[in-house]
Design a protein around this ligand. Sequence first.
Ligand code: NDP
Length: 293
Amino acid sequence: MSAKVIDGKAIAETLRARIAIEAAKLIKDHGVTPGLTVVIVGDDPASQVYVRSKVKQTAEAGLNSTEHKLPADTSEADLLALIAKLNADPSVHGILVQLPLPKQIDAERVIQAIDPAKDVDGFHPINVGRLNAGLDSLVPCTPQGCVLLAKTIHPDLTGMNAVVLGRSNIVGKPVAALLIQESATVTIAHSKTRDLKQVCRAADLLVVAVGRPEMVKGDWIKPGATVIDVGINRVPGAEGKTRLVGDVDYAEAAEVAGAITPVPGGVGPMTIACLLANTLKAAALAAGHEPPK
Ligand code: NDP
């Protein structure tokens, strides 16, 4: 069997095009241009690349995009002062502070300083709580992307056995919360789970976010299952170069699964598209309008 490849790049492109149409409507009908502000502290090269694509795709969708680049030795007090200013600025609808932050800054304190209504990463405890209580909230972007991709294969996830491998606050836990909302039967597995392979083999839908290159092998997968691979790992490649791989052994898994996301080109592109969707939603709500579905 050869799995259907879930083309995250194309699906994200379609989503961004829809966001552009909705953003144009908000601008035309209500005079509100959704505005996303990205704050980056220091010069982590991976973050720089990621922030550049965020800024570019935000502008392409017709949203306002601003960027604050702060030096690596920025104090926590200075960063908190900037956040207070952005919280008070009505032209800013979404604030994203790029993680990781330098060690002199407490990331948790920074996340909690962001106005929950502008928290487009969905990491503020208010949004985390609302998501888990089944209330409307700004939902973390990568988890949102995972569920959207799964729904391209299974529009209705009701009753499916879903296994989420990984329990981080930014991926595993919110993916599980979203799948519960979709009425899937959800198991969360992690480094202390017994018989991990057997647990994964029971999944109709397997979402993997462990940060371990190609850890999930073909015989961990139920034949015909849908596999969403969140992992992004850089490993040594041919001729001294590096290459990106997921947390799933793609070559093996594609022989067994019914559908699978590739790395790159799977979950990754969905993350920024969902960030734009969150910014649009935050802008619509701030202006007192129903957010687009
Ligand atoms: P974390 O390191 O925060 O969490 C990893 C989770 O995997 C933990 O819950 C850990 O368990 C579990 N785990 C680690 N090793 C094992 C193991 N050997 N067996 C079973 N469980 C294990 O990672 P993140 O959630 O932040 O990220 C996961 C992956 O997703 C990374 O590759 C990251 O690069 C990628 N990522 C991709 C994004 C995208 O846009 N596509 C966005 C965010 C992340 P325990 O809790 O017990 O320690």
